[in-house]
Design a protein around this ligand. Structure first.
Ligand code: GLN
Length: 482
């Protein structure tokens, strides 16, 4: 039988697999067929794994023995900065082009135990720095809605695989918006979990105090299922906390359940640089929430205009120290120079792309003596102020609503030589990483381009720490998911 991949969800695939409407192998082959057709023009996968038939066999056995869980046999795409034992994990950098992971990331271990299938690893901006998946050392990923446009980044490969039906769900990582922005650009749902909800063990570090792994899928329910599987305390990551902290899921379409209050930072949304179609779409979204019976309140986030500079100063600082490990000695690329100090320079000059080098330089500068107080310490102090603004807002409202991005997907090369305008695209997303709060991007409609191409738009909802269930409940109600 032919499988309708477009409308497939985790629950539907699970039901079909249990009812033996098709086998795990047939399901993976349907995806592989699609990958063969679409990946050459989209370039979302850097590698499709060679052991999928074996993985499918293991999953099929679990099903046949009655030991299946929801994710058994579910085909995943994995971002190239998450370690799968024995497979290459390059973070789309020449530095790690030939690096084979020696262990499984905790999220991978959990998915393997559930019987999930890993189809391949997806393209990203090098070391998760960027916003377009153009900064990969291994080519640009194209947006499936319009091949001349970027899919967003840095998890652009992951979002593109999901919307082009080259995987049912994907894992991405989010340091300043890298799950949510590509989700908005590609029309998927993407969650940046609460900091510490999901283990970072086996994630190639970019900015350790911001990074979180999270799911990308076509529905909120699928995102929720994956999140519930990968979250939890992990002795390998001391910043994690136990799943029991979470409260039960909520069905806000049920008249007997009290609906959360939605806050809108109105002044912040009046900043320049927001596309008129994004504004119109946001106004429609607000109306839709009102019709669904939600109370909307204006809130003030008075220091949000500092979020981008604060984010980038801290990002550069942590990146410069995290990337110091790539020295051509321990692992990864090694280039011979005239002597051992020269080996180091030669390796880093050859191994890092332009954006990585820019951030290492700026990060070293903001951390250097004499500037540390002026930049790094000041940014850290403001990070606390911004977090307090959010905490204060959450005393009045349950969820903060904004667009996910100020514009729809931009053209390939449009911003690639203008780092500042690329950074500005993160205006709405970075606060969730500064505060450690969970945020989700949900498809909210389309912007029509001249020539008639429709480009997806997304809205972002942020809740306070550990309240992902509010985001899922609201998201499902908004999209009419049961
Ligand atoms: N665009 C942001 C940056 O370049 C976010 C990247 C990310 O979330 N990994 O830092």
């Amino acid at each position: 039988m032919s499988i309708d991949l477009k409308n497939l969800t985790i629950n539907k695939a699970h039901e079909d697999l249990l009812a033996k409407r098709y086998t795990v192998l047939a399901l993976t082959e349907a995806y592989l067929e699609n990958i063969k057709i679409k990946n050459p023009s989209i370039h979302a996968y850097l590698e499709v794994f060679g052991d999928i038939a074996e993985q499918a066999k293991i999953a099929q056995n679990l099903i046949d023995e009655g030991k299946a869980s929801l994710l058994t046999g579910i085909p995943f795409a994995i971002k190239d900065n998450i370690l799968i034992s024995g497979k290459i994990a390059s973070a789309s950098s020449k530095m790690l082009e030939k690096y084979h992971a020696t262990y499984d990331a905790t999220v991978i271990k959990k998915l393997k135990n559930a019987g999930a299938i890993f189809l391949g690893r997806t393209n990203m901006d090098e070391f998760a720095m960027g916003g377009s998946t153009e900064k990969s050392a291994f080519g640009t990923t194209h947006n499936p809605h319009d091949l001349e446009r970027v899919p967003g980044g840095t998890s652009g490969g992951s979002a593109a695989t999901v919307i082009a039906d080259m995987a049912l769900v994907a894992l991405g990582s989010d340091t300043g918006g890298s799950i949510r922005q590509p989700s908005a650009f590609c029309g998927t749902v993407g969650l940046k979990p609460t900091y510490g909800a999901v283990s970072r063990y086996g994630l190639i570090s970019a900015v350790s105090s911001f990074d979180q792994i999270g799911p990308i899928a076509k529905t909120v329910t699928d995102v929720e299922v994956v999140f519930n599987t990968i979250r939890g305390l992990d002795s390998h990551d001391s910043t994690t906390f136990p799943s029991e902290t979470y409260s039960d899921k909520k069905d806000f379409s049920d008249k007997n359940v009290k609906k959360p209050i939605i806050g809108i930072p109105r002044k912040f949304l009046q900043l320049g640089g927001i596309d008129a179609r994004v504004k119109d779409n946001f106004a429609e979204v607000e109306e839709r929430f009102k019709k669904l019976g939600y109370t909307i309140m204006d809130i003030d986030l008075p220091n949000n205009q500092f979020a981008l500079p604060v984010y980038y100063i801290l990002n550069f600082a942590e990146v410069s120290s995290n990337l110091a490990r790539f020295d051509g000695v321990k692992y990864g690329l090694h280039v011979d120079g005239k002597n051992s100090i020269d080996d180091y320079f030669a390796t880093r000059a050859e191994g890092f792309g332009k954006e990585a080098r820019r951030r290492i330089l700026l990060g070293t500068y903001v951390l250097s003596s004499g500037y540390y107080d002026a930049y790094y310490n000041k940014a850290n102090a403001l990070r606390k102020v911004i977090t307090k603004d959010f905490t204060d807002a959450f005393a009045q409202v349950d969820v903060v609503l904004t667009p996910t991005t100020p514009t729809p997907a931009f053209k390939i090369d449009e911003k690639s030589d203008d780092p500042l305008s690329m950074y500005l695209a993160d205006i709405f997303t970075v606060t969730a990483n500064l505060t450690g709060m969970p945020a989700i991007s949900i498809p909210s409609g389309f912007a029509v381009e001249e020539g008639g191409v429709s480009l997806p738009l997304g809205i972002q909802m942020t809740a306070t720490h550990g309240r992902e269930e509010l985001l899922f409940g609201l998201g499902k109600d908004f999209l009419g998911e049961k």
